[in-house]
Design a protein around this ligand. Sequence first.
Ligand SMILES: [Zn+2]
Ligand SMILES: [Zn+2]
Length: 392
Amino acid sequence: MTLVQEAKQIEPMIIEIRRKIHSEPELSFKEFNTARLVAKKLRELGIEVKTNVGGNGVLGTMVGGQEGKVVALRADMDALPVTEDVDLPFKSKNNGVMHACGHDTHVAMLLGAATLLSRHKKEIQGTVKFLFQPAEEDGGIGGAKPMIEAGVMDSPKVDYVFGLHIWSEMPSRTFGTRPGPFMATPDGFEIKILGKGGHGSRPDQTIDPIFISAQLINALQGVSSRIINPIEPFVLSVCSIQSGTTDNVIPDKATMMGTIRTLDEKTRRRAKQSVRQITRDICAAFGAKYVLEFKKDAYPITYNDEKVTKRVIEVLGTIEGTKTNELEVRLGAEDFSRFLQRAPGTFYYLGTRNEKKGCVFPNHSSKFKVDEDVLKYGAASLAKLALEFGKE
Ligand SMILES: [Zn+2]
Ligand SMILES: [Zn+2]
């Protein structure tokens, strides 16, 4: 029997786990019940389990019957602060919290892979580590970093690491990835413009932070269009601006927040330096003070090892019933990148777009809906990567 045929046999179990987690979503750093469910399932499979690894993280370790490499497979477990707007029998019971990024499916697919691998334990060369990670959506420190600090990539040292993400933009039953840089590093920033408030009719007596922020937003777009090489993937977006209370008072300050996305360290440094310089000079020109801060601990660039990823594409090509595409770079971000800094590996997508089933809304949308048909293929792909790379 092939792994896909075996995965079809356990499909009802994978779907049941997914629905259970979907109906009880938990936000970043609060994945208590999800982690408990994961630990219980792993123990039932006879897998050695450590809980509370770097927060709510769970580490499962399966030692195969033969010598080989150490392969780590990762799933993230957290949900988003979104109110679900899909009518499903297993709709979220936690108001205002939803698995709108499909991390419920990641947990279910990895538990599916663990089930498949436990049936093949004797044939496994090496060791498989199952990393169930909290707080991917946090966007700051995230959940990968504390798990790595807790030692999940060491003793035994991980040789290869793989992570799978469900993706609404690709058709169902397609895998996609890319050797080399794949996803961006997100540098969030906040600029406080400190002016001097006063009467709306006497701007000459004020330092107007709203006027200055308008100049600044325009000038910051010049980083994209006039400073960074136009063939380099790059985006700068100002996503929030807060100031003022009424129609006849010029306020004291304005606060702007935004994000810079880059795929290359040199471009990243240049962009951040330009933001600093433009902010300083525009504020100086109109006499305002300012505070500019970049968020600490930005997720690194998701870099798929080229050699490993070419091999991954070959392995995914053997999963019958699916197709594998090489994708363009993306400017989203993932803290799976932190695992990739510790071991070569691949982050890859599994498509779930299916018009007939109404699975057409993007990840993070309140209408996001997964085509559950694809979960068995995801589980089979993770198991297959562990089996193949154990031998490499
Ligand atoms: Zn997400
Ligand atoms: Zn996600």
